[in-house]
Design a protein around this ligand. Structure first.
Ligand SMILES: Nc1ncnc2c1ncn2[C@@H]1O[C@H](COP(=O)(O)OP(=O)(O)OP(=O)(O)O)[C@@H](O)[C@H]1O
Ligand SMILES: [Mg+2]
Length: 514
């Protein structure tokens, strides 16, 4: 039995035949008769075949470029055809992470939009023309035919087709392989980005997590809103918190949620503001531009750097390889990117180069950052990632050891309220144990021991500090007492004392105070 699409196509061909015959023979009829016959035939034709067809060919133009409309339709129809069509084709498309299904030739599917029914038919023409071309061509000309009632012409050509193209592009975008770009100097290079972190695996207070997800989704759907208020479609996030609390993991989860590419911008490898501008202009839309450890990347935090040098801080991992190399090669190559340069680019015209962008800064010490850098409007959302709370632990326990409740959970909750431990440390403990034995009790008991040890260490440290504080206080009190005595003696001796005595007295006083 012929399908709806075939039937329409066949009727269409018959009608086309009749029209052809009419065109041949009309010359033999007198003019008046011809005109009225023409009117009648058109009426009959429209009554018998009230459908309109639009054909979309795969290749178009001289160089046989692939028609973008065809690709979008193919992608759009994939989900419908996988449910309706009896014969499907499967492809692995370049830069796509999933198998692409499409309906096979001469298959047809029906679609409905705003209560209007349309039909799509996949067809192909075999070309007999013998052409010699530099570009590889195929003898087959594939196409999709869209059939709809002529009453729906406006609706189909307008809203329906734009819906098809938009959806097709959105599906292609969702299925694309995401990329992680890194800069060496002023050039971006990329690798396929396949970070497994998602919001589901991120240990965080669920309310806070939901708030971030909602914020991101709202942003990604807010094109019209940003256009209406006349602002560039961008949003800044500042992630701050101690090491190992999930800042980088959150960025990966954001990229996973929105299906964005990531541009990991290493500022210390950027020579100057001109290079920075070039790099930022080259970023594409639907991307996250990340500057990790912003306090270490720019000379915004002289204090911290000084402190690090004094303390011989072992936080060296924080320093990028590029920075170390630059250090080794001497001061000549030091980055000349300035705070004002960076701010200009965040606010400047580049950020309005079409499409949405997120800018994410991370830092371990938010208090050291220049307020100008993180004011609202630049960094719209400030997110603190802190030490592991019980809610975060539950997510980690579910991910790492697949446990949702356990008799040790209460104990762990109480310990987590008292101990500052990063989710990275908790995860590490759960992971190490999991390779030793396949026993949840052992993993959790191990974690309890770690937490108890940390608690004891914190108690000892706090005790030591308290003791130190008390000793210092006692010394101060003692010093003050002696100082008062000295003052009393000085007053008593009055003006009768000679100069040298007064000098000695004041020296002794200063010594005691210090
Ligand atoms: N909140 C979290 N949820 C799930 N896993 C986490 C979380 N925080 C840390 N981790 C785990 O710890 C590892 C280190 O975390 P991450 O690199 O995200 O920390 P960070 O805050 O970026 O640290 P740093 O300040 O040192 O860059 C991750 O690979 C992840 O497995
Ligand atoms: Mg990090």
């Amino acid at each position: 039995m012929a399908s709806v699409g075939e039937l329409f196509t066949q009727i269409g061909s018959v009608m086309a035949g009749i029209m052809f015959m009419w065109a041949m023979f009309q010359q033999y009829f007198p003019y008046e008769l011809r005109t009225s016959l023409e009117n009648y035939t058109h009426k009959i034709f429209s009554l018998m075949y009230p459908y309109v067809q639009i054909r979309f060919y795969e290749f178009s133009g001289e160089r046989f470029m692939r028609n973008e409309a065809f690709s979008s339709i193919e992608t759009y129809l994939a989900s419908i055809s996988s449910m309706q069509a009896k014969k499907l084709k499967a492809n692995i498309v370049k830069n796509s992470k999933s198998l692409a299904l499409s309906m096979d030739d001469y298959e047809e599917v029906a679609d409905e939009f705003n209560g209007v029914k349309v039909w799509w038919v996949a067809g192909k023409k075999i070309s007999n023309a013998q052409t010699i071309s530099f570009y590889p061509t195929s003898d087959e000309k594939r196409f999709y035919t869209l059939l709809f009632h002529k009453k729906q012409r406006e609706m189909v050509i307008g809203p329906y087709l734009s819906h098809v193209f938009k959806e097709g592009k959105a599906i292609t975008f969702r299925n694309r392989q995401r990329k992680l770009y890194t800069n060496s100097g002023s050039y971006w290079s990329h690798v396929v980005f396949e970070h497994p972190a998602t919001f589901k695996t991120l240990g965080m207070d669920p309310v806070k997590k939901q708030e971030i997800v909602d914020d991101l989704v709202r942003f990604s759907n807010a094109q019209d809103y940003y256009a209406k208020i006349g602002r560039a479609w961008k949003r800044g996030y500042l992630l701050y918190g101690p090491p190992g609390t999930g800042k980088s993991t959150l960025i990966a989860a954001m990229a996973d949620l929105l299906k964005y590419n990531i541009y990991d911008l290493e500022l210390t490898a950027v020579k100057d503001n001109t290079e920075l501008r070039k790099l930022l202009i080259e970023t594409s839309s639907k991307s996250i531009i990340v500057i990790e450890d912003i306090d270490c990347s720019l000379d915004l935090t002289g204090q911290r750097k000084k402190k690090k040098e004094e303390d011989g801080d072992d936080d060296d991992e924080k320093e990028s390889v590029a920075k170390k190399l630059m250090k080794d090669e001497g001061e000549a190559k030091t980055s000349k990117v300035t705070l004002s340069g960076l701010l200009n680019f965040i606010d400047g015209l580049w950020s309005a180069c079409g499409g949405e962008r997120l800018i994410v800064f991370t830092t371990n010490c938010v208090e050291k950052l220049d307020p100008a850098l993180i004011r609202r409007g630049r960094m719209d959302k400030h997110i603190e990632l802190s030490y592991c709370c019980f809610e975060s632990f539950k997510v980690l326990a579910k991910n790492y050891v697949d446990v949702e409740s356990h008799c040790l959970f209460d104990k762990i909750r109480l310990l987590l309220e008292e101990v500052n431990i990063s989710p990275a440390d908790v995860a590490e403990n759960l992971m190490v144990k999991s390779s030793v034995a396949d026993n949840v009790d052992i993993w959790l008991e191990g974690l309890v021991r770690v937490l108890e040890t940390a608690k004891e260490e914190e108690r000892v440290k706090a005790g030591g500090e308290e003791e130190n504080g008390t000793r210092q206080l006692a010394e101060k009190v003692k010093a003050k007492g002696i100082q008062e005595e000295v003052s009393a003696v000085t007053e008593e001796s009055g003006s009768t004392k000679n100069e040298s005595n007064v000098e000695n007295g004041s020296l002794a006083k200063e010594d005691l105070v210090h």
